[in-house]
Write a protein that binds this ligand. Structure first.
Ligand SMILES: O=C[C@H](O)[C@H](O)[C@H](O)COP(=O)(O)O
Length: 248
């Protein structure tokens, strides 16, 4: 790796850590039930929550959003629960692939989105943690892989066609890296990545796609994030509060 690439990697990892630690330090309290997101940034948050549990004797309970999140909770010996036992969460903390100026998110770059959305919707506060690369004015500015959509496998061609007819762009079936064939999600579904070619009304797009038979969930998180914490290139945290969330 060149020096420039290696300093970028260090800068990104540091930014993830700063955002995640800021969330764990400021938005977790004793007695909290916490939704634990998926991806690489959340790993730092769980690490910090575990440190605080140890140092401050905090009692917290964690609800995972994926197989990966469950493993993380177990690795750090945190108390594991689920939405059957805890239907209301105090906070959910999760990463994102992109965040626009209206706090709309793209999620699912790592194949997790449906359980993440369910858990975030069950939380009183949804805190998003992201490094500086995720911050955009409009969706698609920095995240070029498209919007992940979790689908029932038999409906995949119908869904691809309906999205392309309505909005254009390219719909690709996400393929696995170390296995022939598609990525299979934690829910036994497949992922279509829709690369759009212009800006849209994301609430309308989400509703249109969600109503196509066979769509389980879209990676558009509209009107959900209460707080976004960015880790900046110079290792600071930048906390943005969304004052327009209407659904809680
Ligand atoms: O599918 C994955 C999740 O939506 C992640 O939260 C998202 O991809 C961000 O992941 P990372 O923190 O690794 O950038």
């Amino acid at each position: 790796m060149s020096t420039t690439n290696s300093s970028l990697t260090n800068g990104v990892e540091n930014a993830k850590r700063v955002a995640a630690f800021t969330a764990a330090n400021n938005f977790v309290q004793n007695g909290y039930v916490i939704g634990v997101g998926s991806g690489s940034t959340i790993e730092y948050a769980v690490e910090r929550i575990a440190e605080r549990v140890e140092a401050e004797n905090l009692k917290v309970t964690c609800v995972p959003t994926s197989f990966q999140a469950r493993e993380l909770i177990l690795k750090y010996k945190l108390s594991l629960s689920d939405l059957d036992r805890h239907s209301k969460l105090d906070v959910a903390i999760d990463g994102a692939d992109e965040v626009d100026e209206q706090f709309t998110l793209i999620k699912g770059g790592g194949g997790c989105l449906t359980q993440e959305k369910i858990v975030a919707a069950a939380a009183k506060k949804f805190v998003v943690i992201a490094d500086f690369r995720k911050k955009s004015t409009n969706l698609g500015e920095n995240w070029k892989k498209g919007i992940p959509i979790e689908v029932v496998p038999m409906a995949i061609l119908q869904i691809q066609n309906k999205i392309k007819e309505k909005y254009g762009g390219i719909c690709t079936i996400r393929l696995a890296k170390s296995k022939a064939g598609p990525v299979i999600t934690d829910n036994g579904m497949m992922i279509v990545d829709w690369q759009f070619d212009k800006s849209h009304n994301w609430s309308e797009v989400h509703q249109f796609i969600k109503l196509i038979p066979g769509v389980v969930e879209t990676g558009i998180f509209f009107n959900m994030a209460d707080i976004v914490i960015y880790g900046t290139e110079n290792g600071q945290s930048d906390i943005k509060a969304n004052t327009t969330v209407l659904t809680k």
